[in-house]
Design a protein around this ligand. Structure first.
Ligand code: SF4
Length: 369
């Protein structure tokens, strides 16, 4: 098999056997709390028309960095793996632990039973709550049924829950920008159902009404398009000039960083392939961002086998990225497939360095090594 030649890019992507997490680099052995660097790095994309690429036809791949696993997904997947090690199969997970088909199928093979509601978990058994978070009602139901629980909610989702609780306590109308039906939105809204209204994009602004225009705040789902969210906010502010901003960004660092990297490379790309699942909000957003930033075409695929060779006809520059719930092995598969079709030259497009690592849930903390 032809391997992709990734110029100057050490991604450390080797996977443990049977694991859906990359090996933890030694520098992560300690639990770190630090935000990603926002310093632009290596965004000087060389044009394929010049001598920058070794491929005589000018074919090349631009590989977005950062891409793939974020700190919240890494923690959630490790939580399930450590819970399996500690308690043995089967263990239950409410909803998909993260929105990625490969991750879910791999964990299912290892003895995880995914359920939609805690009612499906036998009394007294162990259930893990997914990275997207749950409402207090779900915690209450689990307690009533004597379930043992481990909460793998991403700390950045928990932060939005805390904001919702705080502003509800102060009797604000909370306009939660997000996608109707998404688990994260259900969990956040469930913290203060009497105060939260969902605003699903700019077109939903028209029907929003509030009790007191002087006490209105917007919050958001963590995985939205930054640009579309700002458009929604600007329409909301036209309607409610006193609208308050959240105390800090709700769209998380990982979502923002992946969108920035795609924006940097998309104008150069005839095609952008986003590796990710269809129910992954941040992955779907990356396709939209790529198209909005000038890519001629963009597709979402779970696996390399879903890449249609017809997409590559007449294409010289392919951009690759992946959503925050995507293991690197799936990106490697796409790179190998592209190399077999003449796209062996790979140039990284790096716009940030991410170093954030979250501590495991308390119940499992001693288990991290
Ligand atoms: S995408 Fe952001 S909010 Fe979601 S799990 Fe990752 S870091 Fe947390």
């Amino acid at each position: 098999m032809t391997g992709a030649n990734v110029a100057g890019h050490g991604c450390g992507s080797s996977l443990e056997r049977g694991s859906v997490r990359p090996e933890r680099p030694r520098r992560y052995a300690r639990i770190l709390w630090g935000m990603s660097s926002a310093i632009p790095l290596n965004v000087g994309i060389t044009r394929s028309a010049g001598a920058a690429t070794a491929d005589p036809e000018g074919k090349r791949v631009l590989l977005a960095e950062p891409r793939g696993y974020c700190a919240g997904v890494d923690r959630a997947v490790e939580t399930v793996e450590k819970a399996l090690e500690k308690h043995g199969a089967p263990i239950y997970v409410r909803k998909e632990i993260v929105h990625n088909r490969h991750v879910v199928e791999t964990l299912r093979d290892r003895g995880v039973i995914f359920v939609d509601t805690t009612d499906e978990v036998p009394e007294g058994e162990l259930v893990v709550f997914s990275a997207h978070g749950v409402s207090p009602a779900v915690h209450a139901t689990a307690a009533e049924r004597n379930l043992r629980t481990i909460d793998a909610t991403c700390p950045l989702v928990t932060k939005v829950h805390q904001e919702a609780k705080r502003f509800a306590r102060d009797d604000y109308d909370i306009l939660l920008i997000g996608h109707e039906g998404h688990e994260e939105v259900e969990g956040t809204a469930g913290e203060a159902p009497d105060h939260v209204q969902l605003v699903d994009g700019p077109d939903s602004v028209e029907k929003v009404t509030v009790r007191d225009e002087a006490k209105v705040i917007w919050l958001s789902q963590t995985t939205l398009s930054v640009d579309e969210t700002m458009e929604t906010v600007s329409r909301l502010r036209e309607k409610f000039p006193a609208l308050q901003d959240p105390p800090s960004d709700d769209i998380c660092y990982a979502t923002q960083n992946r969108q920035v990297a795609v924006k940097a490379m998309a104008p150069e790309c005839d095609l952008v392939i986003v590796v990710g699942s269809r129910n992954s909000s941040n992955s779907v957003r990356l396709v939209e961002v790529a198209l909005g930033a000038g890519a001629r075409a963009s597709y979402l695929v779970d696996y390399a086998r879903e890449v249609d060779p017809a997409w590559l006809e007449g294409v010289r520059t392919v951009g690759i990225t992946s959503g925050a719930s995507v293991p690197e092995i799936l990106v490697r598969g796409v790179l190998d497939m592209l190399a077999e079709h003449g796209f062996g030259e790979v140039q990284p497009v790096t716009t940030a360095n991410e170093t954030l690592v979250f501590a495991l849930p308390r119940e499992l903390r001693a288990a991290r090594h």
